[in-house]
Design a protein around this ligand. Structure first.
Ligand code: NAP
Length: 527
């Protein structure tokens, strides 16, 4: 039973007089549930509670925090099919998709729980004192990562489970020891409330301090702005548009105390199509790219939005095969009416650009749903001189750039901005011919793929889901995988402290049996 309330710690609150309806993304109609945007008082309460709980939460052992994360995973599973159905209604994505997205969400939480149980992620480093060193004694120094403080998370519209209320940002911030306030995404407020309830139940069952998690509603920018500019908030996690991410970055930078905003803002994920591969595997490549391009109605930050090749017979054949596959894919509903409008405006704008040719779209004329797959092409020269062609069009769209030769291909790559991913489709031998171009590409991206598609972000320690601006706000960090935790911690050195005062991770006896760097050597040994 949904309440439409803001969850401020364990209190359900709806002080606002006006609410907004959740929307059935499949029909466009209002659902009966009304959600109440958080008012000033509720925002203050949530932040105050998060700030108070931080001190206690930060001190809680890694093992107990791991139990909390595992309990969240259990409670999400306990929500059963109701959660999947609600997410499907609010997003127009199929229930089968949410089965795997729930698994991903739960596995992410358990992955961070395992990280905490191991405990070594804190990068404990100990340099023992040399009191007799000349000319001056060396102090005892012990360094560790510690939580930064309350974190605000903006959920993503396109992953109502895995990148939203209990998604990667929330899981990594809680794992780090930071209380979290989620600004619920108005595209799936009911899904958000259900998951928020699961998190709070888990918090109570594992004796976490109240305020460690809150969930606030809004259908506009007021709540998000108040949270990001609140002096007691210490970091922000965001997944969404470049305009939204940039606005939050600017707000955070202008605060008297600037704070980091870890924004994942999507990209066009360039694909380099090399000739031998197109010659040998044309149909196979086209098929896999048609699937990648249209999966989830193209609403992935890793959607292959730009393909670059050298003009000629092989590229033409590839385009024909790709279009053949695309024509078979039915247009579909998109996540929100705003995203659908942005997609249709984006297509209109790109097709109106000089020298852009429509190569093909879905064949189904009887279906005028907005998520219509579409492929267009343009000459390399036109692409290079028109920055509008490098803008992301969020949906099942890809632009194919036809270059006259390798030198023009190099110029196209040169002027690309930062990207989450780039892919190279080629035979192993021909890759050497393109080595400088590929290395240039590597300097712009967070993940470089060989003979694969960019969609499908594996959650594992070696994954980097980041990239140079504007793909993300800070290329030093990943939003996926265990290293995502480092966004919400900072190092602290303890100098000359008595052993009993130090965090367990830094004590002489190494009670947690973690791996530490002691006087330059990695070890689990006692000191
Ligand atoms: P969005 O417009 O960037 O919004 C994401 C969240 O940030 C929402 O909660 C939104 O609040 C908030 N927000 C946006 N701009 C803000 C601002 N200036 N001040 C304060 N809060 C702000 O993303 P979206 O609604 O999910 O989708 C819109 C577009 O984002 C898509 O068309 C696509 O281009 C892009 N997108 C990218 C990704 C990705 O993976 N990087 C994922 C989804 C969407 P309200 O919604 O309450 O206004």
């Amino acid at each position: 039973m949904l309440t439409g309330a803001n969850f401020i710690g364990n209190t359900k609150s709806k002080l606002s007089e006006n609410g907004f309806h959740a929307i059935n993304a499949k029909t466009g109609e209002n659902l009966k549930d009304i959600f109440y945007p958080a008012v000033h008082e509720e925002i203050e309460q949530a932040v105050e509670m998060a700030s108070k709980s931080f001190f206690e939460f930060q001190q809680i052992s890694q093992k107990d925090r791991a139990n909390f994360l595992n309990a969240i995973a259990d409670e999400i599973v306990n929500l059963g099919d109701d959660l999947l159905q609600r997410a499907s209604i609010e997003s127009a994505l199929p229930i089968t998709r949410f089965k795997s997205e729930r698994e991903r969400t739960v596995n992410q939480l358990r992955m961070f729980a395992d990280l905490l149980k191991d405990g070594s992620w804190v990068n404990a480093s100990i340099d023992t004192a040399l009191p007799n060193r000349e000319p001056i004694p060396k102090p005892d120094l012990r360094k560790i990562y510690t939580a930064v403080g309350p974190v605000v998370v903006f959920g993503a519209s396109n992953f109502p489970l895995a990148y939203s209320t209990a998604g990667g940002d929330t899981a990594s911030a809680l794992a780090a020891g930071c209380p979290v306030i989620v600004k619920s995404h108005p595209a799936h407020p009911g899904t958000g409330e259900m998951v928020a309830g699961a998190i709070l139940l888990a918090a109570q069952n594992t004796n976490m301090p109240e305020g460690v998690f809150s969930n606030l509603n809004d259908s506009g920018y007021a709540v998000g702005t108040a949270l990001v500019t609140h002096p007691k908030i210490k970091a922000v996690g965001f997944t969404g548009s470049q305009s939204g991410g940039r606005a939050l970055m600017d707000m955070a930078a202008k605060r008297p105390e600037p704070i980091p905003v870890y924004a994942e803002m999507g990209s066009i994920n360039p694909i380099l199509l090399l000739n031998d591969a197109l010659k040998n595997r044309n149909k196979e490549i086209a098929k896999s790219y048609a699937v990648s391009l249209t999966a989830g109605v193209g609403q992935f930050c890793t959607n292959p939005g730009l393909m670059i090749g050298i003009q000629g017979e092989y590229l033409d054949k590839f385009i024909k095969s790709l279009v053949g596959n695309i024509q078979e894919v039915l247009p579909a509903k998109m996540l929100t009416s705003g995203i659908a409008l942005a997609y249709s405006n984006g297509l209109e704008k790109v097709l109106a650009q000089k020298n852009v040719t429509l190569e093909g779209t879905s064949n189904n004329d009887g279906n005028d749903l907005p998520g219509r797959p579409l492929v267009a092409s343009v000459r390399g020269e036109s692409f290079i001189t028109n920055p509008k062609l490098s803008e992301e069009i969020f949906g099942p769209f890809s632009l194919i750039v036809k270059c006259v030769d390798q030198s023009e291909l190099d110029d196209v790559v040169e002027q690309l901005g930062g990207q989450l991913t780039a892919s190279v489709i080629g035979e192993e031998k021909e890759v050497l011919d393109y080595e400088p171009i590929i290395r240039k590409l590597a300097n712009k991206v967070g993940r470089l793929i060989f003979n694969g598609v960019p969609t499908g972000v594996e959650v594992c320690p070696s994954m980097n889901h980041g990239g140079m601006y504007p793909a993300t706000s800070d290329a030093k960090f990943t939003a996926v995988g265990i290293d995502a935790i480092y966004r919400f911690v900072r190092p602290i050195s303890y100098q000359n402290w008595p052993n009993h005062f130090l965090p367990d991770e830094l004590k002489n006896e190494n009670p947690l049996q973690i791996s530490r760097r002691v006087n330059g050597k990695q070890t689990k040994a006692e000191i």
